[in-house]
Write a protein that binds this ligand. Structure first.
Ligand code: NAP
Length: 280
């Protein structure tokens, strides 16, 4: 097991979060989940990322229980979906998600996407869930600089994590720098660009030089620039390699990946979701 696999980052609320976590989007049967979570846990992952939208909270909770480890050794991230936002719905749906997961707290609870008409009420509910101890840390996902600046006008406490789409074709350097300035840890979703970046010839050369895979070089670039990651895989060998990141990229190599940016999203545009009130 490499060093980075167990490395945690202290968030601005004082809680620690693993830098490398495991994404569970599209893992949708108990059998697939059991296999993925067992392999992930044995490979060193302790953070497991789900969302109400994925409809797999119950099977994830069950797979985690089957590991037979103390709850405190596991870090669970969940996200409140658009249709469950607003004060009361956020509180009630969070309670339902906890029941589904079979636990009494989230390590990290995120607003999945910002939406304009529920924006402040949802965050007020998040602050309440933190006060009640149901969410140890509260954060956001898919927030832009403007969304964070707006939130700051009314928030009693600010998010400690912003989970955004970022990979070598969507480096989001200004967003990452803004998060850093605000003491918010950036966590990359689709850190491998859902496979799109894996054929990049320049990263392939770099990977050959380090005798690593393209995925490993990309994930190493992410954590080396201070961005946490939650790669998803249902393939045992990939689950293992994605957390085996104990090598170093030179400053030149880091810059060479930085300039691959094409502002290319595979997912939704946050501002449009904000305006429309749902994923389109
Ligand atoms: N907050 C949000 O709005 C949001 C949105 C999307 C996703 N997420 C979270 O982020 C997690 C990761 O994002 P993602 O699942 O979209 O994309 P990703 O992790 O960038 O890519 C996953 C894809 O890459 C493949 N893969 C993984 N490791 C590989 C490797 N070492 N070599 C080659 N291929 C590899 C996987 O295939 P196999 O599974 O077949 O191995 C899968 O098809 C999700 O699972 C979810 O938890 C959050």
């Amino acid at each position: 097991m490499s060093d980075i696999s167990t490395k945690t980052q202290t968030l601005s609320d004082g809680n620690d979060m693993p830098l490398v976590g495991f994404g569970t989007y599209l893992i949708d049967t108990p059998d697939k989940m059991d296999k993925a979570i067992t392999t992930a846990y044995e490979s060193g992952y302790r953070l497991f990322d789900t969302a109400q939208l994925y409809q797999n909270e119950a099977i994830l909770g069950e797979s985690i229980r089957k590991l037979g480890v103390n709850r405190s050794k596991i870090f669970i991230t969940d996200k409140i979906t658009e249709m469950n936002q607003g004060y009361d719905l956020t509180i009630d749906s969070a309670e339902y998600s906890l029941q589904q997961l079979g636990t009494d707290y989230f390590d990290l609870l995120l607003v999945h996407w910002p939406i304009s008409d529920k924006f402040f009420d949802t965050w007020r509910a998040f602050e309440e869930l933190k006060k009640q101890g149901k969410a140890k840390s509260i954060g956001v996902s898919n927030f832009t600089q403007s969304h964070l600046q707006l939130l700051k006008t009314q928030a009693s406490e600010m998010p400690v994590v912003n989970q955004i789409e970022t990979h070598p074709y969507l480096t989001q350097s200004p967003m990452v720098a803004f998060d850093n300035k605000e003491s918010i840890l950036t966590q990359a979703w689709s850190p491998l660009g859902r496979g799109v970046v894996l054929n990049d010839p320049m990263i392939a050369k770099m990977a050959a030089h380090h005798e690593r895979s393209v995925a490993q070089v990309i994930l190493r670039w992410q954590v080396q620039r201070g961005v946490a990651v939650i790669p998803k895989s249902q393939t045992a060998s990939r689950i293992k390699e994605n957390i085996d990141l104990d090598f170093e990229l030179s400053d030149d190599e880091m810059s060479m990946i930085d300039i691959l940016n094409k502002n290319q999203r595979n997912g939704r545009e946050p501002e449009l979701v904000y305006e429309m009130g749902k994923q389109y």
